[in-house]
Design a protein around this ligand. Structure first.
Ligand code: PEP
Ligand code: MN
Length: 258
């Protein structure tokens, strides 16, 4: 039995939750410009990766600890809440110390029971909200297991993120959505909010709207989207990031009023 408590930060978003921000924090200017533009369109939870789990080495692996300071100034200057990915207990310790509001666990982390258990142990005694992405492989037990590990140490402000599943070869999607798995998760744990990440599912800007539309017809409480002030220049996941202006258009199209 997983005890789920409501996440105030998500409730404050209104009807639908929209968490947006760049794949990676790259520079103080990029972060602040993106956050300011997102705040203007009504987003109040900002996401940014500080430590990036990249598939191959020799790619941008995140700006590291300095990004936490940038996020603190964004919180001060815009009043937005900030969410980052944590992948080990050191990340957790630094995020908590920096006053980060929400943590998320990436797809590769959810897929690893050892990593999940270490992270859960490091969160014992805290009540920070944690968003758990689906594991890269379509295994609902692994997804639930990650949630259970957190629940067992007393973390109860939980939500899930559907970001699609890895497949081999050319497919329409970067990570194929398996809506049935998220539906099953919803049936098993109805109080658990589920967000959809159309950026990592689609892997391209054009697919964000149709994927988000499909999600909004389903069990989802909202969206977790990558948005960058200058997507073409992004250091990671450039093809799937949209400008805050484009995000605003998409939200209008979906009748999501922030
Ligand atoms: C991300 O959100 O930038 C990320 C790395 O996501 P995922 O864990 O879904 O690949
Ligand atoms: Mn990304």
């Amino acid at each position: 039995m997983i005890e789920i408590k409501p996440i105030e930060e998500l409730k404050a978003c209104g009807d639908k939750v929209v968490i947006a921000g760049p794949c990676s924090a790259e520079s103080e200017e990029q972060l602040l410009l993106t956050a300011t533009q997102l705040s203007k369109i009504g987003i109040n939870i900002f996401r940014a990766g500080i430590w990036k789990p990249r598939t191959r080495p020799h790619t941008f692996e995140g700006i590291g600890d300095i990004g936490l300071e940038w996020l603190s100034s964004i919180k001060r200057e815009t009043g937005m809440k900030c969410a980052i990915e944590v992948a080990n207990p050191h990340h957790v310790e630094k995020a908590l110390k920096a006053g980060i509001d929400i943590l998320w666990l990436g797809a590769r982390t959810t897929a690893s029971p050892f990593a999940m258990q270490e992270i859960a142990n490091s969160l014992k005694g805290t009540d920070i909200p944690v968003l758990v992405k689906n594991p890269i492989n379509p295994d609902i037990e692994l997804w639930i297991g990650a949630l259970e590990r957190l629940s067992l140490v007393g973390v109860s402000k939980l939500a899930a993120i559907h970001r699609g599943f890895s497949t081999y070869g050319d497919t329409t999607y970067r990570n194929t959505p398996i809506w049935e798995i998220a539906n099953e998760l919803h049936n098993k744990i109805p109080q658990l909010p589920i967000l959809c990440d159309p950026s990592h599912i689609g892997g391209s800007r054009e697919l964000i709207l149709p994927i988000a539309r499909k999600a909004m017809e389903g069990v989802y409480s909202g969206l977790f989207v990558e948005s960058h002030c200058n997507p073409d220049k992004a250091l990671s996941d450039s093809r799937q990031q949209i400008t805050p202006d484009r995000l605003s258009e998409i939200l209008k199209n979906l009748n999501i009023n922030l």
